[in-house]
Design a protein around this ligand. Structure first.
Ligand code: BGC
Length: 503
């Protein structure tokens, strides 16, 4: 884990003794004693208790993590990986306040892994203390929860069924200190639910999706998924790169859409939990092989979903390749800030974009950047999605409503605001920030009431909207658009944040 600059010495000092001091008697004032516990599965687990030495200006904390097994639940039996054990961590503050947080760990090849995890969490706690905890272990409270009205940060994991090939799919539940919850599964890197409060503090799930894995596998219009290798369309499924013409799988009439027949939304990703001082998350990785869906190069992609204590769903994308290839990864969440009570036409949208990329009938950009001013595409000032969606405007006819890429007004490559959405009946606000140059605003025009989603809700026409931060569609065939080509030795890195609030 990366520690804040200059904090290592303070942390080492604060640790006093390393976790390896198991079974040694505890020294007064610098207590670190640990035991071994045989569980019912006859596996050894570390049980640690320590008093962390105070950092200057920081109250001492009593931190007592105990990593104990629970019997393997159905999903882990037989385990997806041999030796995989779900674990629970508990902690309490010096004042006896019970702070509890769960996490999972993988027991691969013995006890060390579990110990490392315990130690890892300890480092996270100490890093938190070093950077921000000035009194009463406030930051530790942040990490572990426990403040009045606060929930512990939490990562939980459970089985979510298997694919037809027998691959185990896991579902992560992330909880932040305000009680927001995000559920993410390893199939398709799909956000299956996202619970955020309304202006009265009532939690609701604000994304569309299904209750179970088979429904996602059978028929999903990319609900909540990461799409790739190339999110959005590539005209006629062809492009030429360094003199070679590549032919991709076509799955949207004659065009290639969202990575082809089996894109990143239809594969099982490797997973590991992520603890940061101010966020919990899951890091998902996938190796897309050379030739997959017609793309050149082995592409190693990782997507880290983080639920932060600023009430953000933060998505960090990374990729490397061994041959030049186009890459355009995005998140295809369908949002409905009413919690799925009605369609999204009453949501107010602001897009930080003065231009958009007009398309032909097949929704392939013409290459033009057209000013939004004076058109129904102008969301530079907030307007409801429904106000002009049925206007007689050729671009809206082509898309059956809004289904276009907006050119974000931005300076440099830093994160900047792309969109704000406000839902007046619930007071929910979602702000979108990104390092990307564009955003596809799709108003759920192809939802037509034939899908029954979570809790038996029928997803009628325009029941969800997507804000897919991205490079522009068909960039591999449009030299004037910002490039999407990743070359060996380069690292693809983009970040998008969906921040929730109420007003
Ligand atoms: C596209 C739509 C497409 C939808 C698939 C969106 O990203 O822009 O045209 O129908 O994904 O659900």
């Amino acid at each position: 884990m990366a520690l804040p600059d200059g904090s290592n010495a303070a942390l080492a000092e604060a640790l006093g003794r390393e976790a390896g001091a198991d079974n040694e008697p505890a020294a007064p004032g610098d207590v670190s004693h640990c035991g071994q516990k045989k569980t019912q599965n006859n596996l050894c687990f570390r049980v640690a208790e320590r008093i962390i030495k105070p950092l200057p200006g920081v109250e001492p904390c009593r931190f007592a993590p105990a990593c104990a097994t629970r019997p393997p639940v159905a999903a882990f039996s037989p385990p997806a990986h041999r030796n995989e054990i779900p674990c629970r961590l508990t902690a309490e503050s010096r004042k006896g306040r019970h702070l509890s947080s769960r996490f999972i760990t993988y027991k691969k090849g013995g006890e060390q892994m579990v110990e490392m995890k315990s130690r890892w969490v300890m480092w996270a706690v100490l890093a938190t203390a070093a950077v921000g905890c000035l009194c009463s272990c406030a930051s530790m409270d942040n990490l572990m929860g426990g403040k009045a009205g606060k929930t512990p940060m939490d990562i939980d994991v459970e089985g979510f069924g298997r694919t037809a090939d027998g691959e185990q799919v896991r579902l992560y539940t992330l909880t932040n200190t305000s009680g927001l919850k995000a559920q993410i599964m390893t199939y398709g890197a799909i956000v299956t639910s996202l619970e955020v409060p309304d202006k009265h503090g009532e939690m609701d799930d604000v994304v569309l999706g299904y209750d179970n894995l088979p429904a996602y596998i059978e028929n999903s219009p990319y609900f909540g998924a990461v799409v790739g290798r190339y999110g959005n369309r590539i005209g006629k499924g062809k492009f030429t790169l360094d003199g070679v013409t590549y032919t991709l799988a076509t799955n949207n009439n004659e065009n290639h859409l969202h990575g082809g027949l089996k894109g990143f939304d239809k594969v099982v990703w490797d997973d590991e939990p992520v603890w940061r001082p101010d966020a919990v998350g899951v890091r998902l990785s996938y190796l897309s092989k050379d030739g997959e869906e017609g793309y050149p190069g082995n592409l190693k992609a990782t997507v880290t979903y983080l639920l932060t204590n600023n009430d953000e769903l933060r998505i960090e994308y990374e990729a490397t390749t061994d041959k030049a290839t186009p890459v355009n990864l995005t998140h295809h969440g369908y949002f409905n800030l009413t919690g799925g009570e009605r369609d999204i036409l009453g949501h107010e949208l602001m897009l930080n974009a003065a231009e958009f990329t007009p398309v032909d009938e097949g929704l392939i950009p013409t290459g033009e950047l057209r000013p939004v001013e004076g058109t129904p595409m102008d969301f530079t000032r907030p307007a409801t999605i429904g106000a002009r969606i049925e206007n007689d405007y050729e671009q809206l006819r082509f898309g059956g409503g809004y289904d276009h890429n907006w050119v974000l007004t931005r300076q440099g490559r830093e994160m900047s605001q792309a969109a704000t959405v406000y839902e007046p009946t619930t007071g929910r606000v979602m702000k979108v920030y990104t390092t990307e140059p564009g955003v596809q605003f799709y108003a759920g025009n192809f939802l037509d009431g034939t899908i029954t989603g979570k809790e038996g809700k029928v997803y009628q026409h325009r029941y969800g909207f997507c804000l897919e931060t991205q490079h522009f569609p068909d960039s591999p065939n449009k030299p004037s658009f910002p490039t999407t080509i990743l070359r060996p030795g380069q690292t693809y890195e983009t970040t998008t944040v969906y921040r929730f609030a109420t007003k």
